[in-house]
Design a protein around this ligand. Sequence first.
Ligand code: ADP
Ligand code: MG
Length: 209
Amino acid sequence: MIIAILNQKGGVGKTTLSINLAASLARSGARVLLIDADPQGSSLDWAAMRQETPLFPIVGLPRPTIHKEIAQIGKDYDHIVIDGPPRVTELARSAIMAADVILIPVQPSPYDVWAADEVVKLIQDAKIYKETLISFFVINRKITNTAIGRDVGEALAAYPIPILDAAITQRIIFAESAAQGKAVYEIDQTSFAANEIESLKDALLKETN
Ligand code: ADP
Ligand code: MG
């Protein structure tokens, strides 16, 4: 399965979710490749911080030819996670064309929901000729013990894209693990963060099997 994690807004958690989802899939025994489609190369930076053996390989591919190259690059893998670029529409479009499933991280604020407009439009355009394309919002940086919020729920409901039933909470361990080139489960496999990532993976596999 090819999973693209996209949102042209920066800082919403594309890289964080890409790395931890890839790690979670690899941990369960799948052969996983991460494609860093961001010209800034944040996933590659993460890998460079790492002291331990890699959990999965990462290739940098910040070119609008991902959809053409992916069959060749990804042929030996069960799952490919594409860490999407900010802004650049051509790259996002290429990632959408390459993907089976698109996850759109959004923070639970109305501003973030409105900022998803652009990627939602690109996905809707792609669905015209790619009817099998599946997409979900993933709420990231939810504040502990709060509901997602009525405003955000209503704003997201205006889009023709469902919310994945697995939100990720705002937790310091995500930043800590990133600085060490680790997945959250490697810092603490019993942590809430690691559990939420497992639930995200499970929800994704359930929706796509
Ligand atoms: P993007 O790739 O969309 O630009 P990042 O994954 O780089 O976003 O996340 C932006 C910043 O927010 C990073 O410093 C990251 O560690 C932090 N971050 C992302 N998700 C969470 C979370 N759930 N809890 C705490 N910090 C987070
Ligand atoms: Mg990023």
